[in-house]
Write a protein that binds this ligand. Structure first.
Ligand code: SF4
Length: 333
């Protein structure tokens, strides 16, 4: 599972990645606008690293995750995996590399074939990717089930016979079956009961560590990722607006958007009071992003410069990057 252990450089890299979707209307389905879901995103994920992507829905997190493994085609920019460029790679070449990047979906029920028994669901990727020969498949399925905390007896059952948490365990086992190097987990716990969310998050983290996987963990709940990720990227309107080691970004947020997101996270200590920052209005439409800083229409400390000049994602005195002309100013207010 670590074909790249000796390779220098990130396992996954995006350079200036953009993705637009056409908005079609009318009987003739004419294109009337373009939704800019991603706008020039640069990102690196190292082998054995958990990188969390957070932000409101519609910020581009899922689109970024899917572009990184070419489940959808970026409009422009490049994606590299283990030093090879995936963007522009012919479909046959890409298919041979697919084993190495897998996805865990938000809806464990919708992502499992309801007509297949669990044993077959897990044996299928083993056969497709020729992971083990036919005689060893049964043992390998048992090993996968054990890795996700399920008994081998569940092989004979169908997905509808399980709880949401158990189904997500099966979804994770299926993602692990081809022995990938990189997993994109897209909101893997948001459809689950709060009581089982922590179990699934801990399972993913344990597997990521023991198998030295790179894990992209997409979430809108910052509390979920604060304990589990090495680095975090905060997205707003298709751009990364803050990025760095999780302890630094969460402990000393520099971008007003991150400050507002963190202000909504409950603090476990009842003695500690956190000032809640409620942003006015909804995020602007990604088909018509505002000029200048895309956050200026909601930012409590926006100044004239923010309305015309888009700030780059740049290193701040806090030791991590933020896209703001006045980093750290809202947190200091
Ligand atoms: Fe707010 Fe201006 Fe910073 Fe944008 S650049 S986040 S509008 S202070």
């Amino acid at each position: 599972m670590t074909e790249n252990s000796d390779r220098a450089g990130p396992l996954v890299e995006a350079r200036a990645l953009s993705k637009s979707f056409p908005v079609r209307r009318g009987v003739l389905q004419r294109t009337v606008a373009e939704v800019q879901a991603l706008r020039g995103v640069d990102l690196k994920i190292e082998q054995g690293e958990t990188y969390a992507l957070v932000g409101e829905s519609g910020s581009g997190k899922t689109t970024l995750g899917r572009c990184l493994i070419r489940l959808i085609e970026p409009t422009s920019g490049q994606v590299f995996f283990a030093g090879e460029e995936l963007t522009g790679m012919a479909s046959g070449e890409l298919r041979r590399r697919r084993r190495r990047f897998q996805m865990v979906f938000q809806d464990p029920y919708g992502s499992l074939n309801p007509r297949m028994r669990v044993g077959k669901i897990l044996a299928e990727p083993l056969a497709i990717h020729k992971i083990v020969d036919r005689a060893a498949r049964e043992d390998e399925v048992d090993r996968l089930l054990e890795a996700v905390g399920l008994p081998s007896s569940v092989k004979r059952r169908y997905p509808h016979e399980f709880s949401g948490g158990q189904r997500q365990r099966i979804g994770i086992a299926r993602a692990l079956a081809p022995r990938p190097d990189f997993i994109v987990a897209d909101e893997p716990v948001s459809a689950l009961d709060v009581s089982v969310q922590a179990q699934i998050v801990n399972l993913l983290k344990d597997l990521q560590e023991s198998l030295n996987l790179a894990l992209l963990f997409i979430a809108h709940d910052l509390a979920v990722v604060s304990e589990t990720s090495d680095r975090v990227g905060v997205m707003y309107l298709g751009r990364l607006v803050e990025e760095g080691p999780t302890a630094s970004v969460f402990g000393n947020p520099q971008h007003p958007y991150t400050v507002s997101l963190l202000s909504a996270v409950p603090v476990p200590d009842p003695e500690t009071k956190r000032r809640r920052i409620i942003l006015p209005g909804e995020p602007p439409s990604p088909s018509d992003p505002p000029p200048g800083c895309p956050f200026h229409t909601r930012c409590p400390i926006a100044e004239e410069r923010c309305r015309s000049e888009e700030p780059p994602l740049a290193m701040t005195p806090a030791g991590h990057a933020a896209a703001c002309h006045f980093p750290g100013s809202l947190a200091a207010c």
